[in-house]
Design a protein around this ligand. Structure first.
Ligand SMILES: Nc1ncnc2c1ncn2[C@@H]1O[C@H](COP(=O)(O)OP(=O)(O)O)[C@@H](O)[C@H]1O
Ligand SMILES: [Mg+2]
Length: 477
């Protein structure tokens, strides 16, 4: 399922969650550490004093009666401390207390720390004092004489102030955390708005393009990935516009090419209607023209089909070893009658021992016939046409040379374009050479034209000598 959240919300959201979790963890750690540090400090001081007191008792009062000496002991113990000090006998009866407003003497006390000390171990307790309901900490130490616990010394201090300090620091820490979160979230919103505004611009432009308006251009805000994307989108729009233009030109050229023979056919058909066909000669002439115009249309349609296949990359070459000199003599034999009729000398000079090349024989034949057709069309009677080959290690060159009218220098760069046909009256549709060039390109070769107006034209077909490994595979196969 696709969730509909804007990119900005997602960016800010994830940003915020990360920051929030980080700040939260840090705060918890810091606050715990502060609490531990302060409370532990109080406990350490109390335990220190209690321990000194207990050891003092052990050294100097171990043989004395604790009840009788309790007053003197309290004075000694309470001398260097601000804490409340209690001396308790081994059954838990309060013997002395440094604080007056506290329990009455000889009350029986019961606290967890006290119980532990009665059993001979140091005890610590943190809790609310039952009398004052104040938060206190108490540390009890056993007073020992000859391995027996004869009493307990208890140091008690209020934690109110410590807690207030801790609360103060905690509040500070939380406030700083909140401020950090607010600043970072604000920055996140600003940053993500910078990104999303670029994306929004791109989307607007892309939407317009999707509706067919290729005059819009995406705005490039920054030279980042989105900026590159804007460039790409704009280049695409330019290319599509250009292609659209090419397509329109193509359609108008095709229409024009079809219209000319159709007009001529229509004209003759009207002329040849029964009421006009008294003259046998006129009838033959008309039908001949209709026949040749129909042929022209058929050829045009064939060429258009080839072009569309070449453009879509739908023509697949079926390459096989081709014996070049055999192919050339076939073709020249095929065209010899036409050349003879036109009074043109057609010669093939191909090396009989030449190696074979790897090519699509039918397509290669199509190219050669097209080129020879041009030469025959643009060469006057008594002219000559030669076909010869020349091979090197890397490539085979087939040259078709004629002594025809040649091509004007200003035309030579364009004759490979579709529908370009110079200014000859014998010109056809102007598709032949562009189809030839495409087919040679499919063979990874190149078609080059070299012409001197009034003297003749040379068309060179460069075909790469096939990668010998592949080729040998073919032969041995
Ligand atoms: N051998 C040639 N001698 C002189 N001009 C040529 C020759 N081959 C091609 N051309 C020129 O190039 C144009 C394009 O050739 P092509 O694409 O085969 O079209 P088409 O043969 O239908 O006219 C021709 O119309 C002609 O003007
Ligand atoms: Mg041609």
């Amino acid at each position: 399922m696709i969730k509909h959240f804007g990119i900005q919300k997602r960016l800010v959201g994830s940003y915020f969650i990360v920051i929030f979790i980080t700040v939260f963890i840090l705060e918890v750690l810091l606050i715990t550490a502060v609490r531990y540090y302060y409370v532990h400090n109080v406990e350490r001081i109390l335990a220190n004093q209690a321990e000194i007191s207990a050891s003092f008792f052990h050294h100097y009062f171990a043989d004395e009666n604790i009840v009788e000496q309790s007053e003197r002991l309290l004075k000694g113990f309470a001398e260097n401390t601000t804490a409340q000090v209690q001396i308790i006998d081994s059954r838990g009866m309060l013997l002395q207390d440094s604080s007056e407003g506290s329990y009455k003497l000889l009350t029986r006390l019961q606290f967890p720390d006290l119980e532990k000390a009665q059993n001979g171990e140091a005890g610590v307790w943190k809790g609310r004092d039952p009398l004052t309901n104040e938060l206190v900490m108490a540390v009890s130490y056993p007073l020992q004489a000859k391995q027996t616990t004869v009493g307990v010394v208890r140091f008690i201090t209020s934690l109110t102030e410590t807690m207030a300090t801790i609360r103060y620091i905690t509040t500070m820490l939380i406030s700083v955390g909140l401020i950090v979160i607010v600043i970072v979230a604000g920055l996140g919103i600003v940053l993500s708005r910078m990104i999303t505004s670029s994306i929004r611009d791109l989307k607007l432009a892309a939407d317009r393009m999707a509706e067919g308006d290729f005059t819009v251009r995406a705005k490039k805000r920054y030279a980042d990935e989105l900026g590159t994307l804007a460039d790409t989108l704009n280049t695409m729009a330019v290319k599509i516009t250009r292609n659209e233009q090419l397509k329109n030109d193509f359609i108008s050229s095709v229409s024009h090419e079809i219209r000319t023979p159709l007009t001529s056919i229509k004209g003759w058909v009207v002329t040849l209607k029964p009421e006009n066909t008294k003259c046998q000669q006129l009838l033959t002439e008309g039908l001949d023209i209709i026949e040749s115009e129909t042929d022209r249309l058929t050829q045009l349609v064939d060429e258009l089909l080839d072009l569309s296949k070449l453009d879509n990359g739908r023509i697949e070459l079926t390459r096989a070893p081709v014996h070049l000199s055999v192919l050339l003599s076939h073709i020249s034999a095929q065209l010899a009658p036409r050349a003879a009729r036109l009074g043109i000398l057609l010669e093939v000079k191909a090396d009989q021992n030449q190696e074979m090349i790897l090519a699509d024989e039918n397509r290669l034949k199509q190219v050669l016939i097209n080129l020879l057709d041009n030469s025959l069309k643009f060469t006057e009677a008594e002219g000559h046409i030669q076909i010869y080959t020349h091979s090197s290690l890397e490539q085979v060159v087939i040259t078709i040379e004629d002594s025809g009218v040649g091509i004007d220098p200003q035309d030579i760069d364009h004759v490979l374009n579709k529908f370009y046909k110079g200014s000859h009256k014998r010109a056809g549709s102007g598709l032949g050479l562009s189809i030839c060039a495409e087919i040679i390109k499919l063979h990874q070769g190149e078609l080059l034209i070299d012409s001197v107006p009034g003297h003749g034209t040379k068309v060179h077909i460069y075909l790469p000598r096939s990668n010998s490994k592949n080729f040998n595979d073919f032969i041995t196969f």
